[in-house]
Design a binder for this molecule. Structure first.
Ligand code: GLY
Length: 339
C-alpha cells in the first residue's frame, strides 16, 4: 500500500493506492465519514464490473447507486439533473456521502454534484481508469461540459479521500490504458526523470509508479490549489492538445501526447528545449502506442494565440528545458515571427 496526503490551506486528504482496495472500502471510509448513508455515482460499464464488489465492501452502510450512461457525452447538464433527481428521490441529506466510482466523466460530474447540492456534501473519489487515477480524481477540479465547451461549468471541490485500486487497470482495453499513460508520461516529463527512465522499460503500472506520478501532481496542487499560477505546469502538452481534442476523435491522453510532441518542437525552435528530448518522447510514445502527428504546429499556434477569447495576443505556454525542468513561457507575436 502507498499513501500520500494532499495538504491545502483549508483542508487536507489522503490518497491510498492499494491493489484490491475495492474489496476493503469500509475500512478507509470510516476514517473520514461517520454517517450511515452512501450514494454511489457510477457509469453503465463500471457498474457491471465493480458494483457488486463495492456493495459487499460497504455492508455496514445503507448504500444507493446510480449509473449514468458510459461515455464522454454524459458529462452534461442533463446527466447532472438526472443525478440530482435520483439523489433527491432517495432523500439524500446534507451530511450524506457521495462516492464517484468510475473514470473522469463520473468523477467530474459526481464531484460537481457534491460541490453544489446543499452547497456541498462529503465526497470520496474512487477512480477506476488510469486517466482519472493520474489526473482528474486529485486536485478538486469538477464540472460538466456546456455550450460545446469542456468543463465550462464547474467548481473546486476537494474530495475527502481518494482510493485507487491498481487492479482496476486490468479491465481497461489497451487504448484506454494507453490514454492514461499520456498523463503519466506527462508527469514524468515535467517532474520525475527517474520515472521517465523506468517507463521506458515498460514496467507493470503498480502502486509505486502511480505514487511517483501523483507526487508530481501533489506538488503543483498544493502550491496553487485554485489554478492561478504554477499549477498551469500540469497543462504541459494541453494547449496544443485541447485544440486537437476539439477537432478530432482522439482521446484526451492521446491529444496530450500529440500536444507534448508539438510543445517540444516549439521549445526546440525557441532555443529552450534540449533537442534530444524529441527522440526520447517519440520513443516512449511508440512504446505505449500513443500518437504523434507530424503536423506544422505554426498554424495551430497562430490560431490559439489569436483565438477571439484571447484578446491580449499573448499566451502562457508550458515548455520543458529538459526532463524534470518545466518553464512557463509567454508567447507573443514576435515569437511567432521568429519561428
Ligand atoms: N488537470 C490539471 C489540473 O488538475 O490542474
Amino acid at each position: 500500500m502507498k499513501k500520500l496526503m494532499i495538504n491545502l490551506t483549508h483542508t487536507s486528504y489522503n490518497i491510498y493506492i492499494e491493489k484490491g482496495i475495492l474489496a476493503n472500502l469500509g475500512k478507509y471510509i470510516k476514517d473520514v465519514y461517520n454517517n450511515k448513508r452512501i450514494y454511489i455515482i457510477t457509469d453503465s460499464n463500471v457498474e457491471k464490473i465493480y458494483l457488486t464488489n463495492v456493495f459487499n465492501s460497504l455492508k455496514e452502510y445503507e448504500v444507493y447507486s446510480y449509473a449514468i450512461k458510459a461515455g464522454e457525452e454524459s458529462k452534461n447538464i442533463t446527466s447532472y439533473q438526472e443525478v440530482i433527481n435520483f439523489l433527491l428521490t432517495k432523500e439524500i441529506r446534507r451530511n450524506d456521502l457521495i462516492i464517484a466510482l468510475g473514470g473522469g466523466v463520473v468523477g467530474d460530474l459526481a464531484g460537481f454534484v457534491a460541490a453544489t447540492l446543499y452547497r456541498g456534501l462529503p465526497f470520496i473519489n474512487i477512480p477506476t481508469s488510469l486517466l482519472s487515477q493520474m489526473d482528474s480524481s486529485i486536485g478538486g477540479k469538477t464540472g460538466i461540459d456546456y455550450y460545446n465547451r469542456k468543463n465550462i461549468i464547474g467548481a473546486f471541490k476537494q474530495p475527502d479521500l481518494v482510493l485507487i485500486d491498481p487492479d482496476t487497470l486490468k479491465t481497461l482495453d489497451k487504448r484506454e490504458f494507453n490514454n492514461g499513460m499520456g498523463e503519466l508520461i506527462k508527469h514524468a516529463l515535467i517532474g520525475n526523470p527517474k520515472l521517465f527512465t523506468k517507463l521506458l522499460t515498460k514496467p507493470e503500472i503498480d502502486e509505486e509508479i502511480i505514487y511517483e506520478s501523483l507526487l508530481v501532481k501533489k506538488k503543483y496542487v498544493e502550491e496553487d490549489e485554485f489554478d492561478k499560477g504554477n499549477r498551469m505546469i500540469l497543462n504541459f502538452g494541453h494547449t496544443f492538445g485541447h485544440a486537437i481534442e476539439l477537432n478530432s476523435d482522439y482521446k484526451h491522453g492521446e491529444c496530450v501526447a500529440i500536444g507534448m510532441i508539438l510543445a517540444i518542437r516549439l521549445g526546440i525552435d525557441l532555443g529552450i528545449t534540449n533537442d534530444s528530448l524529441l527522440l526520447d518522447l517519440k520513443k516512449i510514445l511508440d512504446l505505449y502506442e500513443l500518437p504523434y502527428l507530424d503536423i506544422d504546429y505554426h498554424k495551430l499556434l497562430h490560431s490559439i494565440i489569436y483565438d477571439k477569447k484571447n484578446l491580449a495576443g499573448v499566451i502562457n505556454f508550458i515548455l520543458i528545458k529538459n526532463i524534470g525542468n518545466p518553464v512557463i513561457y509567454k508567447i507573443n507575436e514576435e515569437d511567432i515571427k521568429s519561428i
